[in-house]
Design a protein around this ligand. Sequence first.
Ligand SMILES: *Cc1c(COP(=O)(O)O)cnc(C)c1O
Length: 382
Amino acid sequence: MDTRDLSAHVPYEAGRGIEEVARELGRDPDDLLKLASNENPHGPAAAAVDAVREHAGRVNRYPTAAHTDLREAVADRWDVAAGQVWLGPGADGAIDYLSRAALAPGESVLVPEPGFAYYGMSARYHHGGVATYSLTPPTFEQSADAVLDAYDGERMVFLTSPHSPAGTAFDLDDVARVAAMTDKRTLVVVDEAYGEYAPRSSAAPFVGGRSRHLPPERDPFDVATPVVERRDDVVVLRTFSKAYGLAGLRVGYALVPDEWADAYAAINTPFAVNELACRAALAAVDDPAHVQRSVETAVEARVEMRERVEAPVVGSEANFVLVEVGDAAAVAAATKRRGVIVRECSSFGLPGHVRVTCGTPEETDRAVAALNEALREVESRV
Ligand SMILES: *Cc1c(COP(=O)(O)O)cnc(C)c1O
């Protein structure tokens, strides 16, 4: 028996795990530095690790209370109603929930190119089509015009702010313009997977929420609260995978318009987020110091890389930078031989770029040295 026709489906290519690369190179994983998947170099918050340990013996139970508590804690932090928080197994899972809730068969989504592969994958799973708008090198600047020029009545429009792999972000005015200029039935999804790292307001005020997620005394950025009109056609995506350091647990969420609150029960896979992930996320929400430190480290690292890498570095508001290196496959291979794993971006349609995650100061130092040596090595070969 066959699966349905999946020929239009593009498989997701994750950055490879450190054990796999160590095996291939015949090296000890501890000697390798993986800066390929935008993971948090400070690990998870200690309180999150304790919470996982503490609740491990109770996973025979469904996560009823933990799931409810996490929705409430996240809602409280953003100052929205609990029903507006759609928890999912990663923000990726929340994207699927949006596809389930919004897309009828044959409807399409508009996504950035280059961009995050999962938007289109999710649309295709749900029998939808995919159209693209472009971000252009060398600056990969984001604007409402680029989106609106490509827009053709799609049901969902994805804005990635900050964008991966470019690191560039949308002004809230541009988000407002895209929402205002597109059809009433077009849902504008602002993916803020890297929102904590950006010195700008979240799009959460469009769903009635606060402009920043961290308490003001813990937020490294002094961001003014924007005056925006509350809307019923904007959704914000956030995750615990990046600034919170919980990528391995798979927990993220969408902040949806009030009007959508009741739809969650109709579309979510029961107990979308598991007990341990909920417990860790609850502890992590209560430990903004860890997020603050993670953000400060990333801000320093991206400045450092921009100053010291001997190739053009795209201005980034996230926990990584995109570097224009020429032959990215060769440069990534040469970096890997020096024990540093960076993301070669041809799967994003950028065969001339690598993406380097911000590490601790020592890790960033090592990454810059390895990358510069690799650049020289590859250049001397041609
Ligand atoms: C990492 C990432 C996500 C979310 O990842 P999850 O681990 O599923 O929460 C979403 N969008 C972009 C652009 C990302 O880089």
